[in-house]
Design a protein around this ligand. Structure first.
Ligand SMILES: *Cc1c(COP(=O)(O)O)cnc(C)c1O
Length: 391
C-alpha cells in the first residue's frame, strides 16, 4: 500500500509537492543575519528602505509596511474611516480575511458575485449591491489576474465609492499599463510564504494619497502621532486608537532581499503556467481559467476548472491527487457560506450563484518558482490518471 501510494517526490526536496512554497537562499539568509547584527531589530532603517523599494516596484507613491496582509486590509478600512453602519462590497471567492477586515471595523460586507470567465468581481453585480450605506468596493485579483480596474475605477468614481484592491495574489500584475498597487485608491499585499515574496508574515499597503499613507502609518503604531526614531524627547501623543501592526527590520531586510528577485520569480511562474497550459490542452473535461486581454497575470495560483457542476468529480480528483502526493488545493471555500457568516449575516447559498457553481469545479495545481519542469509533468500525469480513475 505504501509503495502503491508513494508520492511523486518534489524535485527540489524529495518530499511531496506542496501547492506553494517560498524561495529562500543565501541572499535572504545574509540579509537577515545583517539585520540581526544591526542596531535596530524593529522600527529602524530597513522599514523605510523596504517601503520605498516596494512602492517603486508597484509604481505607487507611498507604501506602508504592516504585519500581515490581513492587517493591511484592516488598516485600509480604518484609514478610510469605514465603520459601523457602513457597507463594503466584496467578492465571495477569496480568503476570509478580505471580508473579515470589514467586520473588524464594525461595517458590513456585502457580497457581489463574480463573472463566470475568470471569476473576478462582476461590475454589474456590484451595481446591484450598492446602497446609500456603501462606502467602498474591495476587488480581489483572484489567482493573480488583475480585475478590470478601468471599469471599477469608473464605477466607483460615478457612485462616489473608494476602490480598494486586495492585491494579495497580484504582486507584479498589471491592468493595461498600470501595475497593480497603482490601480486602486488603496492596495493591500500579503508577504505570507505562499505569496510571491515573503517576510515570514507581513503585508504592505500602497496608495497615491500622502495624507492617507501618513494616517495608516500612525494606525499601524498604536495611533501615535510620531514614530520612536523621529522623537527628540520622551513626549509622544496617541491621537487615535491604533494597533501594533509593525513589520520588524528583520522582516523588512528579508523583504528587500526577496523583492530584488521578484521579476525573476514571476518569469518562472509564467513559464511554468505556460507549460501547464500546453500539457493540459489535450486533457478532456478540464480547462485552466482563461487569461484576459490587456492584463499582466501574476500567476499566484494555477486554477483549473472541471466540467461537473456538482463538485463530486472535483472532490474525487482532489482526493486521488493528494493520495499521489500532489498538493492540490481549492481556493476558496466561499466566504458567505462559512458558518460564521451564515450565522452572523444570514448569508446563504443562492446569494452568489456564479461563484457557487464555479466553486464546485475549481482545483488549484502546485505552482511556485522552484518547481522543476519535471514537477509540472508529474502533476499533469497524476491529474490524467485521476481523471481516468474517477471518470
Ligand atoms: C493571503 C491573503 C490574505 C491575507 O494575507 P495574510 O498575510 O495571510 O494575512 C488576504 N486576502 C487574500 C486574497 C489572500 O490571498
Amino acid at each position: 500500500m505504501a509503495v502503491l501510494n508513494s508520492p511523486p517526490p518534489d524535485t527540489a526536496t524529495g518530499r511531496s509537492l506542496p501547492y506553494a512554497r517560498q524561495h529562500i537562499d543565501a541572499v535572504d539568509i545574509a540579509a537577515v543575519v545583517a539585520a540581526l547584527q544591526s542596531e535596530y531589530l524593529t522600527t529602524g532603517p530597513a522599514v523605510a528602505r523596504f517601503e520605498q523599494a516596494f512602492a517603486a516596484y508597484v509604481g505607487a507613491p507611498h507604501a506602508v509596511a504592516v504585519s500581515s496582509g490581513t492587517a493591511a486590509l484592516h488598516v485600509a478600512m480604518l484609514g478610510l474611516g469605514v465603520g459601523a453602519g457602513d457597507e463594503v462590497i466584496v467578492p465571495p471567492l477569496t480568503f476570509a480575511a478580505t471580508a473579515n477586515a470589514v467586520l473588524y471595523v464594525g461595517a458590513t460586507p456585502v457580497f457581489a458575485d463574480v463573472s463566470p470567465e475568470a471569476l473576478l468581481i462582476d461590475p454589474a453585480s456590484i451595481e446591484h449591491c450598492i446602497s446609500p450605506r456603501t462606502r467602498a468596493v474591495v476587488a480581489v485579483d483572484y489567482a493573480g489576474q488583475p480585475c478590470d480596474y478601468a471599469a471599477l475605477r469608473a464605477l466607483c468614481a460615478l457612485r462616489g465609492l473608494t476602490l480598494v484592491a486586495d492585491a494579495c495574489h497580484a504582486l507584479g500584475a498589471a491592468h493595461q499599463d498600470n501595475p497593480v498597487g497603482a490601480c486602486a485608491d488603496i492596495s493591500a499585499f500579503s508577504l505570507h510564504p505562499a505569496k510571491h515574496i515573503t517576510t515570514g508574515e507581513g503585508g504592505m499597503i500602497t496608495t497615491a494619497d500622502a495624507r492617507l499613507a501618513r494616517r495608516m502609518r500612525q494606525l499601524r503604531n498604536h495611533g501615535l502621532s510620531s514614530e520612536h526614531s523621529a522623537r527628540t524627547d520622551w513626549r509622544y501623543e496617541m491621537v487615535e486608537l491604533g494597533f501594533n501592526y509593525r513589520l520588524s527590520d528583520i522582516q523588512c531586510a528579508l523583504g528587500l532581499a526577496q523583492l530584488s528577485r521578484a521579476d525573476q520569480w514571476l518569469a518562472r511562474r509564467r513559464a511554468l503556467a505556460r507549460r501547464y497550459d500546453a500539457l493540459l490542452a489535450d486533457l478532456p473535461d478540464v480547462a485552466p481559467l482563461p487569461q484576459l486581454e490587456d492584463r499582466t497575470h501574476a500567476h499566484h495560483l494555477y486554477v483549473l476548472r472541471l466540467d461537473d457542476p456538482s463538485g463530486a468529480r472535483r472532490d474525487a480528483v482532489f482526493a486521488a491527487m493528494r493520495q499521489q502526493g500532489v498538493g492540490v488545493n481549492v481556493h476558496y471555500p466561499l466566504v458567505h457560506l462559512h458558518p460564521y457568516y451564515r450565522r452572523t449575516l444570514g448569508t446563504d447559498s443562492g446569494l452568489c450563484p456564479v461563484a457557487e457553481e464555479h466553486a464546485q469545479r475549481i482545483l488549484t495545481l502546485p505552482l511556485f518558482p522552484d518547481m522543476a519542469d519535471a514537477d509540472v509533468e508529474r502533476v499533469v500525469a497524476a491529474l490524467r490518471a485521476a481523471l481516468e480513475r474517477v471518470a
